[in-house]
Write a protein of this length. Structure first.
Length: 361
């Protein structure tokens, strides 16, 4: 059924009580036909269109339905990542970028992965990220500088690590490509062998969203799902405020006016990386990023099909080394703790500092 049209006038003899909306499809000749929900679920292109309008939570849930659901969700995720990376790198360079990320155990954090998880944002010139923030372990910055030279990002700005990273990072560089100067790549080097101290010392919760070569991480999934940004230690830098206003994201530097319990987002609560409690984790296959000419399904880009029925989406595997580093395992076994503030003023939160028995660290 290539084209679906909604019929404006239904036969009065049709018993609508016995047919659910999902099961009622209208063919090109205007007649009603019934397709079971199971048959609809098997239609790959249709389900990809449905997923495009789903929340990140629903996309992740689709991964747990069955093998087909996981494949469809990963196709959509890879398409969104490819779309976010498109202004920064030509197609052939994307594989080398993730290969570099893999070999150095680096991670993309900040605005770009947050946009990946925030499916309510329509990516265009105003909302599209113009900078890729990369956190790398100690002694990796020189390798990244050489790599960025090789891919055309050789205009360097010597910058200091952000103030919030003063105890987590020692060096930062920002690179531009002369062919596309408004897009930048910022690489920050950790003081340790782990990138987690950089990520978890960010000055706003939206920056604690991460893409590695093996997994995706959202350290504040509930805030991301509710389009909320919380400044850390009562500071929400002005450089973020304009962006969040433009994206219609609720941003605040305090939980004082929240009406529901903070949960894992409580600024007074210490959180541990051991086991990654409260962290959203999803495995993805960077080696299957779209490479060939893409077709469009709505605003989602997927690979052209090559099957006889035109329904099976085929992806061309890129030359990315097989995964030798499992970021999820590395993060789960790490021993870091962090929090986003020193007090909570939310009356609905059990950890707030307004009670007689103050929460002890």
């Amino acid at each position: 059924m290539d084209h679906l049209h909604i019929c404006s006038s239904l036969s009065p003899e049709l018993d609508l009580q016995t047919i659910s909306p999902l099961e009622t499809l209208v063919s090109t000749n205007g007649q009603i036909s019934v397709m079971s929900s199971t048959s609809l679920y098997k239609h790959n292109v249709c389900m990809l269109i449905v997923l495009e309008y789903c929340s990140w939570t629903s996309i992740v849930a689709m991964c747990h339905v069955d093998r087909a659901g996981r494949k469809r969700a990963q196709i959509l995720i890879r398409a969104r990542i490819a779309n976010l990376m498109k202004p920064f790198f030509p197609v052939k360079a994307r594989a080398s970028f993730f290969s570099m990320l893999l070999s150095t155990k680096g991670a993309i954090y900040g605005h770009l992965p947050w946009c990946l998880f925030s499916t309510f944002i329509k990516l265009d010139g105003e909302t599209r990220p113009h900078n890729i923030d990369v956190a790398v372990p100690k002694d990796s910055l020189e390798k990244w500088a050489d790599y960025l030279d090789d891919v055309g990002y050789y205009i360097q700005e010597d910058i200091e690590p952000l103030h919030c990273h003063r105890n987590a990072a020692d060096l930062s560089i920002r690179r531009r490509c002369p062919m596309n100067a408004k897009f930048t790549i910022t690489v920050t080097q950790s003081l340790t062998d782990s990138v987690l101290p950089i990520i978890l010392s960010s000055d706003v919760t939206t920056y604690m969203s991460v893409i590695t070569a093996s997994h995706l991480f959202s350290f504040y999934p509930r805030l991301t799902a509710s389009a909320t940004a919380l400044g850390c230690f009562d500071q929400l830098p002005a450089r973020h405020g304009f962006t969040y206003c433009r994206l219609s994201v609720f941003h605040t530097s305090s939980t004082e006016h929240w009406t529901e319990p903070c949960g894992e987002a409580c600024p007074a609560k210490w959180r541990l990386t051991r086991g990654l409690p409260g962290v959203g984790v999803l495995q993805w296959e960077c080696s299957m990023l779209p490479q060939r000419k893409q077709c469009h399904i709505g605003s989602v880009q997927v690979e052209p099909t090559n099957s006889q029925d035109g329904k099976t989406v085929d992806l061309l595997q890129l030359r990315v080394p097989s995964l030798t580093t499992d970021a999820s395992e590395e993060f789960r076994t790490s021993m870091f703790k962090w929090r986003t503030g020193s007090q909570c003023l939310n009356e609905a939160c059990v950890y707030n500092n307004l009670r007689v028995s103050v929460f002890r660290n």
